[in-house]
Design a protein around this ligand. Structure first.
Ligand code: FEO
Length: 159
């Protein structure tokens, strides 16, 4: 099987690692008593495992046996709620760049099946960056206002 499939396998692992990273953010937000944000990020943890599942299903369907590697959740240290969400947004930008590289490789190989899979992720990443970008922007405006933070917390409980 081609390097592209090894790289997709790595992306599957990276999606699982994303779930781990979001789990550390959830744990930090729980410490800050932001229950709505915890709910929001816990949904993200599930979404990331679904992303991994989608790649796994594709690889298994085309006859590639997936391989798992150890996952690194990072140190789980955040300076503030804003910092936690900024790190989430930065992480999503890394994911987007990786997806675009994979799509470039699939295009070069003329692998239409992989391209189809990756097209879904290209769209998904627009939403991922947009939602985290909006939250980061809100947090920037809220600053240190606990009233503002609790209002946002309530909103995010509705995901
Ligand atoms: Fe699976 Fe948030 O990228």
């Amino acid at each position: 099987m081609s390097k592209l499939y090894d790289d997709l396998n790595e992306q599957m692992n990276f999606e699982l690692e994303s779930a781990y990273i979001y789990a550390t953010i959830s744990s930090y937000l729980d410490d800050m008593n932001m229950k709505g944000m915890v709910h929001y990020i816990d949904s993200q943890v599930i979404e990331e495992t679904e992303h991994a599942k989608r790649i796994k299903a594709f690889l298994q369907d085309v006859g590639y046996r997936v391989k798992y590697r150890p996952l690194n959740p990072g140190d789980g240290n955040f300076a503030s709620i804003e910092d936690a969400f900024q790190k989430a947004l930065a992480h999503e930008k890394v994911v987007t760049a990786r997806i675009h590289n994979l799509a470039d490789a699939a295009k070069e190989l003329g692998d239409h099946r992989a391209l189809n899979l990756l097209a879904w992720f290209v769209d998904e990443q627009i939403e991922e960056e947009d939602t985290f970008g909006a939250i980061v922007e809100r947090l920037g405006r809220i600053g240190n206002s606990w009233n503002g933070l609790y209002a946002l917390d309530k909103e995010l409980s509705k995901r």
